[in-house]
Write a protein that binds this ligand. Sequence first.
Ligand code: 9MR
Ligand code: 9MR
Ligand code: ZN
Length: 531
Amino acid sequence: MIYVNQAGYSKEGTKRATIAGTESFILHAQDGREVLKGECKLQFDENSGENAAVVDFSEIKEEGKYYFTDGNGEKSAEFVIAEDHYDKAFKDVMKMFYFQRCGMELEEKYAGKFARKACHCKGGYMLENKSIRRKMLGGWHDAGDYGRYVTAAAVALAHIFYGYEMFPYAFDKDLNIPESGGIYPDILAECKYELDWILDMQDEDGGVHHKCTSAGFCGFIMPEDDDLDMVITPVSSLATADFAAIMAQASRIYGAFDAEYGKTLADAARKAWEWLIKNPSFVFENPKEVTTGTYEDLCDADERFWAATEMYRLDRSEEAKKVIMCTMELRIPLFSLGWADVGGFGTLAVINGGEDLFGTDLYNRMKLKWMDEADRLKAVAENNAFGITLRTIEFTWGSNMVVLTNSMILAVAHFLTGDESYLKAAEYQLDYIFGRNAMDLSYVTGIGERAFKHPHLRPTEADGIDEAIPGFVSGGPNFRPCDEAANLDNMSDKPAMRRYADDMRSYSTNEITIYWNSPLVFMLGYIESLK
Ligand code: 9MR
Ligand code: 9MR
Ligand code: ZN
């Protein structure tokens, strides 16, 4: 087998595929003509359980369509060499958020055949006092379920906003959404839909509720048919800290287009920050009557750290500086970019905020830690046939997010140093996502000849349309799969990279979420910015 990036390769860049099980390959142009031939020495690869090797075909630069055949005559997926190879993927992964919108109709002119009615318009009740109801309109459905969770939402926005701060022009794309042509670039208008819902999750005293979901998951029905009541769960310090961070950052980004909205966001951030100073840790566990996703996290030090970095950018407060300096003494990872560990966003805030603002000493310390991690990831990627940064035990639930946030770490290392070796390693992670993996699958719906087709996504099952909505990233292989489809598949007997099923029922390997798409938005934006 030969596994390729099914979204294609750029003309001048490094081009790599992975060969497994056989030693020789032929690269063909679309008309069958042989353009390159070679032999490889295979080595055992633990993640995939295959004997495999890297095929480097960077020397081929002519635009066009290609495919490989291997020593057994087996054909790889087709792919292109072209300058615009990621254009469609970039737009689709950004448009995904529109399809996740809650509380409004998706009209045909924007959603095409995936048009649907408005959902979840009845609001919800406060868990602590059931007689109090709130509107809670808007925002994005988190995932394959229809819940809305603040910490997950903030992290999805953060992947996009830090990218937007670094390379704003790359995002200048028409997404064909209702706000297109308005005062904001489309991607910011889309993110505003989420921000406005998060704003509603804040109480008068500044605290922010953790989530708003039905008490249990609804069936596989369209969102407009889900009439379960919504529960607004209590305030958590995790949600409040993430809220402070994202609102402070957004106040600057949006304030550049609309000063008044910028002020609304900044004031909301300040209220959340004051709440955090006054209140100790209120971490989150599901109340007993609620069984939807928890996003549980027992430590809020990293969330407070992230909030402090953004509050310092906003108001230069000494209090925030103190929190930053204290956190530096704790052993928490300062490059993690997931929903549970958010320390990496704090580092990005320092990097984007700059040396002058944060001081040379702090800036350099953060940068050094970041570069150490980038070096570690690069070494892992360079030492396996798939170019991947994960080791076997790192294929956690949503492993594709880890692949993508690792690629962000590498991309930022390239951004800071200009050293091409980081960019290459970052691009190998995208190769993996788009098909250079042992499943021979592109993990983005609609992109690539062999893209996954059956996400654990309620509308895809319920809308009566065969095709999945394009632009959705799958969670990917899970070392500890735990669902019916995984059991039927005897998945736990397989190597880590194959613990995946393109099966709608497999929520532990094949769900989609907003924060699995968002790091890919960052990455494709970064690649676009280098053009
Ligand atoms: O659809 C749910 C998905 O969004 C969650 O990630 C997952 C794990 O909490 O649960 C899914 O819901 C399943 C539930 O947990 C068990 N019964 C079947 C549900 C649908 O597959
Ligand atoms: O992405 C989350 C993953 O890291 C956890 O291991 C998993 C189980 O707790 O939950 C995932 O988040 C799910 C959330 O709880 C509910 N909506 C769907 C999310 C993706 O599966
Ligand atoms: Zn909804």
